[in-house]
Design a binder for this molecule. Structure first.
Ligand code: PLP
Length: 475
């Protein structure tokens, strides 16, 4: 991150400028060109952007985000995408393959999540990503509570570490969010969580694993809690859903979290993360068809025709459905198990390295695939500054200040982890010698923890979102 200037008190201008690295090297289109551009020229230009940007990810130094990293895999998926890129999944009469692809993605996810079986009534949908799966689940439980129990002022009870898309969805859907605090072990405090439930609670949520620390909530206890109150339990497996089953199959003992756990009524699991599919799909599975039916929308009195829609989206790309299906069948269970072993082993190598060799850092919980660490002696954001300078892209956390590395296939190699540990040691040494210097990363450090700071931060973040949808600022 470049340094801020005196006229740039919040560092905002420099942050915004980083959004537009191509503003000088490539034409900025503020209107559709009168005459269409040359195909080869456009291909070359776009290839230039992609090559430049992939060079960062391909080094294997990025936490999360690039789950497969295998360009051959991406290439095959893109070929399959191309076959159906123009297809609208809504038009099933023309494109019955979409029904095959979607039905089979759901069936494969259900089997992986142990939702199938002779008496099973489990079912699911495919969505555009983790956020849509979570928000759809909230909508489903809100409708269920309204229709079955007359709940008009709905609330949902979630651990503080549950993904923020739930807060966003609840905001959109008029649902109050009650955040349960964590205990010393960074897992949700069950007693305090249960105290937040009342007659207007539509559901509770647990994660497997959560975004910040990668830990699995005590799902069996949450299942019993949900049953005691006669409400649903959604498990957010957006991140871990397509990874944890294979880690468990490889013989690692982990907290049970899928449909085998009594009380679990729905699970989100993202195909575009550890399913290694192209970006833009996730699965939302339900224990029963009657629960899923609450997310359906029908409107018979519309001049455009009898309208029925299973979820948020209208038109959807057939290319994404086809390529997601392809990712699952190309990987196969053996491919997923192999990748899971490499990822788990890499995470353990990282944990052991930090615990044994870097006493200034504390690993949070017992990581399975995502390693989060904090420090009581060095400024963790200074550590991040130095890691960034050495080419590592970490995820910075707050409350408490911490960093995490979510291990994916591009980083799951012993030599990459060894290099990371070496750089992490050097970064801790840098943070020790630069104690008191304001960190460059986590630019809002010092604001985030206070209410006044959060208001300022929300203002600045709003400006950043504006900038993400704007043309580059003129000089
Ligand atoms: C646990 C968890 N849930 C939900 C999401 C949101 O997923 P998406 O970015 O696909 O909307 C994420 C994203 O990282 C996540 O880690």
């Amino acid at each position: 991150m470049s340094e801020s200037t005196a006229n740039d008190a919040n560092g905002m201008d420099s942050i915004v400028n980083e959004l537009y690295p191509y503003k000088d090297s490539s034409t900025v289109f503020a209107s559709i060109p009168e005459v269409g551009r040359d195909v080869q020229e456009v291909l070359n230009e776009v290839h230039g952007f992609a090559a430049h940007e992939d060079a960062i990810g391909d080094k294997g130094q990025v936490s999360g985000s690039l789950y497969s990293g295998d360009h051959d895999h991406y290439h095959v998926l893109s070929q399959i995408f191309e076959e159906f890129a123009h297809v609208n999944v809504l038009q099933r009469d023309m494109y019955p393959s979409a029904t095959k692809f979607e039905g089979e993605i759901i069936a494969m996810a259900l089997e992986m999540l142990h939702g199938n079986g002779p008496d099973s009534d489990a079912c699911g949908v495919v969505t555009s990503g983790g956020s849509e799966s979570l928000i759809t689940a909230l909508y489903t439980y809100r409708e269920q509570a309204a229709r079955e129990r007359g709940v008009r002022q709905p609330n949902v009870v979630i651990p503080k570490t549950a993904h923020v898309a739930l807060d966003k969805g609840a905001h959109w859907l008029g649902i109050e969010v009650r955040h349960a605090p964590l205990g010393e072990d960074y897992l949700v405090d069950l007693t305090k969580m249960e105290e937040l439930i009342d007659e207007n609670t539509i559901a509770i949520v647990g994660s497997a694993g959560n975004y910040a620390h990668g830990l699995i909530d005590p799902i069996p206890e949450l299942g019993q809690m949900a049953l005691r109150h006669g409400i649903g339990l959604h498990v957010d497996g957006c991140l871990g859903g397509f990874l944890l089953p294979w880690i468990a199959e490889n013989g690692v003992e982990i907290t049970p979290w899928d449909f085998r756990v009594e009380g679990v009524t729905s699970i989100s699991a993202d195909t575009h993360k550890y399913g290694y599919a192209l970006k833009g799909t996730s699965t939302l599975s339900y224990k029963t068809k009657s629960l899923r039916s609450y997310q359906y929308f029908t409107f018979p009195d519309w001049p455009g025709g009898l309208y029925l829609s299973p979820g948020f989206a209208g038109s959807r790309s057939g290319g994404l459905i086809a390529s997601t299906w392809a990712s699952l069948v190309l990987m196969g269970k053996s491919g997923y198990r192999k990748a899971a072993k490499e990822i788990y082993d890499a995470a353990q190598q990282m944990v052991i390295g930090i615990r044994n060799e870097i006493p200034e850092l504390q690993v949070i919980g017992d990581p399975i695939f995502l390693v989060a660490f904090t420090s009581e002696v060095v400024d963790i954001y200074l550590v991040n500054d130095e890691l960034k300078a050495r080419g590592w892209r970490m995820n910075a956390l707050q409350m408490p200040a911490a960093l995490h590395f979510c291990i994916t296939r591009p980083n799951a190699h012993p030599e990459v982890i060894a290099r990371f540990l070496q750089d992490l040691k050097a970064a801790v040494a840098y943070a020790s010698t630069h104690s008191g210097t304001p960190a460059q990363t986590g630019a809002m450090y010092g604001f985030g923890g206070t209410p006044k700071g959060n208001a300022t931060l929300a203002f600045v973040m709003g400006g950043y979102l504006d900038a993400m949808h704007d043309l580059p600022p003129s000089e």
